[in-house]
Design a binder for this molecule. Structure first.
Ligand SMILES: Nc1ncnc2c1ncn2[C@@H]1O[C@H](COP(=O)(O)OP(=O)(O)OP(=O)(O)O)[C@@H](O)[C@H]1O
Length: 310
């Protein structure tokens, strides 16, 4: 239906609220079958972008095409083919778990019998079959999020939008959500998600844009972004007492870059163990030393001078 064209095409996309520009002229292109992410801190403009893509918030300026259609003109037709998992759960507490799906299916004109069968399949997919008859309220946060994901799939969408799918969930619940999203990916479903968790972006996204202050500061696969904007390894050093900043000069020349944070100093290096040996040769005695691989957090820090999650 989209003739091999991107499912989402945005050029110079802008969202303003009064004088405030939340999304400041971004270009995005999402292809069928990929998992695409918007990564950025709170306030970066991710949700505002998602809401324009979801056709629930009008575009201020720029061009946006979803599934080849114009949200201004074809909002209802686009929405019929989207699955949306919003940031805050908006399940109906009056209904049972299964009814939340069947009732939602009716908005899309899905016949009752088909809706019931689909609800059963989806509850199985999100591992909530046993809770089908219970009310929503007693469900855990992770269960509610899985139910919201199931609800987003009721209309067999071409494109699934997930706004911070695991924010507020504990680690175990997050992993369960990730695991279901992996399965959807394997089934070829196109996923677009926002997140401020770099590990989530690294795990789930084939491609992503890093957003800050309404703009895109980098774009690529997690691996490309790390290769382009960081070194292979990072040494995290924590020094006792004095400010970490005081050690920057003493560490100069070790690796590519020295980055002081309030509680530690990061050394961007290709060989972490060799760098640690040099630190000891200079008679510096950090309280703790950690050698790790570079992550998207390092990419964000390099591009913006700030950490992604405080
Ligand atoms: N309806 C609105 N009216 C005024 N300002 C808004 C509105 N919605 C969002 N904003 C502002 O736009 C900026 C971007 O918000 P947005 O929700 O898109 O960011 P985000 O990257 O999704 O962050 P979060 O993770 O906090 O949702 C923020 O500064 C926010 O306060």
């Amino acid at each position: 239906m989209t003739d091999g064209r991107p499912l989402i095409e945005a050029t110079g996309l802008v969202k303003r609220f009064g004088d405030f520009t939340a999304v400041d002229g971004i270009d995005v292109s999402v292809r069928a079958g990929e998992a695409f992410g918007f990564l950025g801190p709170n306030g970066a403009g991710k949700s505002s972008t998602m809401r324009m893509i979801g056709c629930v918030s009008p575009v201020t300026a720029g061009r946006l095409r979803i599934l080849g259609m114009d949200p201004d003109r074809d909002g209802p037709a686009i929405r019929a083919r989207l699955g949306v998992c919003p940031q805050t759960d908006n399940l109906d507490p009056e209904l049972t778990v299964a009814e939340n799906l069947t009732t939602y299916a009716r908005f899309f004109g899905i016949p009752r019998k088909v809706a019931r069968a689909r609800a059963a399949e989806l509850l199985d997919f999100v591992q909530l079959t046993e809770r089908a008859g219970s009310k929503v309220e007693p469900l855990s946060g992770g269960m509610k999020r899985r139910l919201t994901i199931a609800r987003a799939l009721v209309n067999e969408p071409d494109l699934v939008l997930l706004d911070e799918p695991t924010t507020g969930l504990d680690p175990q619940a997050r992993h369960l959500v990730w695991e279901r999203l992996f399965r959807l990916k394997r089934q070829g479903v196109t996923l677009v998600l926002t997140t401020h968790y770099m590990d989530e972006a690294e795990q789930l996204c084939d491609r992503l844009v890093v957003m800050d202050g309404g703009r895109i500061v980098a774009e690529g696969s997690p691996r490309d972004l790390i290769a382009r904007h960081s070194t292979r390894e990072v040494v995290e050093l924590r020094f006792a007492g004095e400010s970490q900043e005081a050690f920057v000069d003493k560490l100069a020349g070790i690796g590519e870059r020295v980055e002081p944070l309030p509680d530690r100093v990061l050394l961007y290096v290709h060989d972490g163990d060799a760098a640690v040996a040099t630190v000891h040769e200079r008679a510096l005695a950090p309280e703790s030393v950690l050698v790790r691989r570079s992550s998207l957090e390092d990419v964000f820090l390099h591009l913006t001078g700030r950490t992604l999650v405080d």
